[in-house]
Design a protein. Sequence first.
Length: 312
Amino acid sequence: MARKKIALIGAGNIGGELANLCVQKQLGDVILFDIPPKESFAKGKALDLEQASALLGSDAKVTGTSNWADCAGADVLIITAGIPRKPGQSRDDLVGTNVPIIRDVADNAKKHCPNAFMIVISNPLDAMVYELMRRTGKPKSEVVGMAGVLDSARFNLFLARETGASVKDIRSMVLGGHGDDMVPVLSNCTINGVPLTQLIAKDKLDAIVERTRKGGGEIVGLMGTSAYYAPAAASVAMAEAYLYDQKRLLPCAAYLEGEYGYRDFFMGVPCVIGAGGVEKVVEIALTAEEKVMLEKSAASVMSVVEVVKKSS
Ligand code: APR
């Protein structure tokens, strides 16, 4: 069987770490794509990574390129093209710059790798993934946004540190838009089945929810640019679920057609990811308070999607 092909659009900080994880996990051959002025940089990164893969004894190829034709036949496309946040910026502040970029990516992806499962990371995430689906005309099962897996990982880590439990035993889900209104679903959080609310005081929990919501901004404040290790790891978990037909239940930005009462935009909801892509959106019971939070988050997402729609 031929090796799988994973095309990474954007060879910057997240793109490089994505390529590294794909090599380490031997997921397939990797194409590291960037715009022509960054082609030499992409080629250099690819060569460095191929040399690392030689140390691992892997035959997987890593190719740096600015030629979309090299992405032809990709099984998975992971998109980080765009500019990241700088301190003081919200994800929504990126819309003016990143919408033209996602349109360029969408047009080329449609032409060169129309059958790929497409995972979007570029921000503002929920609006970018919407525009990618609209512009490529792909079915909703083949286009997904990465946010909830990352936000849940941040939440899990802070909960593990606070409780002293192993991060392996924390089960949580963060839904809604990938912004400061995201919704940690406390009613479903457990430490290996034990409800979280029994193990942690309310004020501590509130502080952790707040830190999770601002988790991306905290890193931008420290580094001057956005996070890349955890976003890459989260996206690779989604790609693996697809490539290995794992049927994982993951919080992802999925296109909604009435689920949770919302329609015609992408937002973080629990999804089953397997060989069919986004095979199912799972509707879980939310408390009245969680529904109110989701409504607020959905309103934020819709306002950015409206900006994108009007600019088309
Ligand atoms: N096609 C392909 N790549 C592009 C395009 C394009 N049209 N436009 C820009 N790029 C490339 C840039 O040249 C750059 O190398 O995207 C890369 C982005 O890399 P970084 O600037 O290092 O940004 P990164 O930290 O990887 O974040 C990328 O993900 O989390 C989001 O908010 C973040 O939107 C940002 C994106």
